[in-house]
Write a protein that binds this ligand. Structure first.
Ligand code: ADP
Ligand code: MG
Length: 716
């Protein structure tokens, strides 16, 4: 007898091998991502109709909410006065008849064709002596004959009416696939001891019960097992990749202390927070080994990541190497350059040209707006090692930029960087085969669970504490013209008291969006209206770099009272005298983005206010978002809330989120399973990154990784 089927084998059988899947159906299935038997078996139900709890029509009571399952006998539709359409559907079971009426849903006529079996959930009403439901929840269960699916739990699959995929077809194909697999069975590579410890069902059982559960507890057990499988695969992959990388990559060991670093700490204008100290200690430990650092520094806006970054960069210089700091935008690179220049003013390093001599530390900005001559000069200094610390955008990753001896790379706001850039960056120190140490910084509050999955290959340091003396930002939600009027009066008062304000508009001119206010137009309107007589600047992405820089400098130096901007100011900008943030059409932004924007204020000793201005009628979900922002300043709490509101990790780009890997698992809900899977991966994988004792799992990860890559190639 042959061995039980592995997932790799199931993934090698095309769905066209099943009865009833011809060319047309095959294409329709491919459109919903189902090409193989594996895809089909993991095409999970959207929900279930518990027919064990249904009532015969004759026993339903007027006024009660209930599910009935019945066959459609007649469908009709007519136009009502005022143009609305009414669809009337007569259904019947063995005990009686009931009608369902739908207003303004003309497509119901097609969906509820005569002869179909449907489950209707709704309130039973009495209409002219007959039982009726108005706009009930509908599940179409089958093509006919209510008899064949009674008395059990029926899975409802995601359907695609256009492509002609209906839930009972899916159920039938899955049933057929299961029967055809039954002879060999489905292999379970997760060892018995682990399943026992976690109380997990077998894989074959779980794959059967998720589709045709005998009871809801069975369905739940099946779900747990399949969720664990998904998370375990991701964790095993991340862990083995990480161990393999560590075995392969050779970095540069640093002496993490010395006169330069000591001088830096001595001259700091304030005491470091404990969190900053801890992060620096983590980094020191990483830098002192030959294993390249791969660390994520996560800290809410204003938590003081820049100093931690500088500490790492100075370690490179201290050890006669170079450090690079990369920012996602030109504006932000410029900001970093200015901040670092101030912090490093007067610092000296040994002069290689004169034995025993000293020279000023060379900080350089590689900017898109510098002249060709300037650029050549900086590139030369980077190549010879004369430049100690280089600040720039990801243009620092271009082929034309060669470092003499790069040993520490800091990437700010990692969520703006793609994975390929991260890989390219690791290669940038390649000349002598040494990999630079890498620190990525993000203010994107990543919930713990998501961080474990998304950044499974990075170590994490968290700045969970703000520098002392900050006054919490007060957030107000201004809805409607009256509230807006009152808000502008407050904004003017703040400006007259010597503070500055940001006004953020969602989209810039020429955007396709019809009703979003453009920054340019808004700037003109405000300068002539609510902010008349004040010095109002304009900043958006399409201005020439020199103009952007000039505007930022004027704002920073207090020569502008207000800055009307697009989201170019979202990250990193640090002007402590700015205490007012106005976000227009705030209902169009996501939680993470609003939180980032709000982080531009509250950076000095003065109290700050953030106004979220919404359109007249925000959607319910926008209301949830705005209330969340108004209720807390805690980025982590907001991230959890965001995850709940949005489902899976759309905080990240799709490739990073591993979303396609998680069909059933939810990072918000399955927190304990993420942890269990992570622990299990650590137990299963040896210290060399191999899964030698578990060939079944090793093969599964191998298959999974190749499948993932080919998915990615097709998508990009
Ligand atoms: P972010 O983490 O958002 O990048 P920054 O590094 O820009 O934060 O720091 C925000 C502000 O806090 C800056 O003005 C910085 O000078 C100040 N700051 C950083 N660390 C401390 C500290 N330990 N005590 C007081 N102020 C600090
Ligand atoms: Mg920053």
């Amino acid at each position: 007898m042959k061995d039980p089927l592995t997932l790799r084998e199931l993934d090698a059988i095309g769905v066209d091998r099943l009865n009833g899947v011809g060319r047309q159906r095959r294409k329709a299935l491919a459109d919903v991502g189902v090409e193989t038997v594996f895809d089909l078996l993991t095409y999970y139900p959207r929900r279930y109709v518990d027919r064990t709890a249904q009532a015969p029509i004759s026993e339903t009571e007027i006024g009660s909410e209930i599910t009935v399952v019945a066959d459609v006998h007649a469908v009709s539709s007519r136009r009502l006065r005022g143009g609305r359409r009414l669809v009337n559907v007569e259904v019947a079971d063995a005990t009686g008849v009931l009608s369902a009426v739908f207003f303004n849903q003309p497509w119901r006529e097609r969906q509820l064709a005569e002869g179909r079996t449907v489950a209707l959930f709704g309130k039973v009403e009495n209409y002219r002596g007959r039982k009726q439901m108005t706009n009930p929840v509908v599940d179409v269960l089958g093509g006919g004959s209510a008899g064949d699916r009674t008395g059990r739990i029926v899975a409802i699959y995601p359907q695609s009416e256009n492509a002609g995929i209906v839930t009972w077809d899916v159920a039938n194909w899955i049933g057929e696939a299961q029967r055809r697999c039954a002879a060999r069975g489905i292999a379970d590579p997760v060892p018995e001891w682990l399943r026992g410890r976690l109380g997990l069902a077998g894989r074959a059982q779980a794959l059967a019960d998720i589709h045709e559960p005998a009871s809801m507890p069975d369905q739940w057990a099946a779900r747990n097992r399949l969720v664990f499988d998904e998370l375990l695969r991701v964790q095993l992959m991340l862990r083995s990749q990480r161990l393999a990388r560590e075995a392969r990559e050779l970095g540069i060991a640093h002496e993490p202390s010395g006169s330069l670093i000591e001088a830096f700490h001595r001259r700091l204008p304030y005491t470091l927070t404990d969190a900053q100290r801890r992060a620096m200690a983590d980094i020191d430990a990483d830098l002192s080994t030959l294993r390249p650092m791969h660390r994520l520094l996560q800290g809410d806006v204003g938590s003081g990541k820049t100093l931690v970054a500088l500490h790492a960069l100075l370690a490179a210089v201290q050890n006669d190497h170079q450090g690079a700091l990369m920012a996602p935008t030109e504006v932000l690179a410029e900001q970093h350059y200015i901040a670092l220049r101030a912090l490093l003013d007067g610092f000296e390093v040994p002069d290689e040209a004169r034995l025993g001599g000293r020279r000023p530390l060379r900080l350089r900005l590689l900017s898109g707006s510098s002249s060709a001559t300037q650029r050549r000069e900086v590139l030369l200094e980077i190549a010879t090692g004369a430049a100690d610390i280089v600040v720039g955008t990801h243009a620092l990753l271009e082929e034309s930029v060669r470092f003499g001896s790069l040993s520490v790379v800091v990437v700010d706001e990692q969520h703006r960087f793609g994975v390929s850039q991260r890989a390219r960056l690791r290669e940038s120190g390649r000349d002598d085969r040494r990999i630079p140490h890498l620190l990525v910084m993000t203010a994107t509050p990543i919930p713990r669970t998501a961080a474990m999955t998304v950044y499974g290959d990075l170590d994490v340091s968290v700045l969970d504490e703000l520098p002392p003396g900050r006054t919490p930002i007060v957030t107000q939600w201004a809805q409607g013209p009256l509230a807006a009027e009152a808000m502008w009066i407050e904004v003017r008062a703040e400006i007259e008291a010597g503070r500055q304000a940001y006004v953020v508009c969602p989209l810039i001119a020429e955007s396709e969006s019809l009703d979003a206010r453009s920054a340019t137009q808004m700037h003109a309107e405000l300068a002539a209206g609510s902010l008349a007589g004040l010095r109002v600047g304009l900043l958006h992405g399409r201005l020439p770099p020199a103009e952007k820089e000039a505007t930022m400098t004027r704002f920073r130096e207090g020569d502008l009272d207000a800055l009307v901007a697009t989201t170019v100011i979202e990250v990193g900008i640090d002007v402590p005298n700015a205490t007012v943030m106005v976000v227009l059409s705030a209902d169009r932004f996501g939680i993470a983005q609003l939180h980032q924007l709000r982080g531009r204020v509250g950076r000095g000793s003065h109290a700050s206010t953030c106004y979220l201005v919404s359109d007249e009628d925000p959607t319910p979900i926008a209301v949830e978002r705005l209330s969340a922002l108004a209720s807390t300043n805690d980025g982590f709490e907001l991230a959890e809330r965001d995850l709940e509101l949005r489902g899976e990790g759309t905080l990240f780009d799709e490739r990073q989120s591993g979303r396609s890997d998680l069909k059933l698992a939810s990072l918000a809900r399955d927190l304990t399973w993420v942890q269990e899977a992570r622990d299990a991966a650590a137990e299963l994988i040896g210290s060399d990154g191999a899964l030698d004792d578990h060939p079944g799992l090793a093969d599964e990860i191998d298959w999974f990784a190749s499948r993932r890559d080919s998915d990615y190639l097709q998508r990009s």
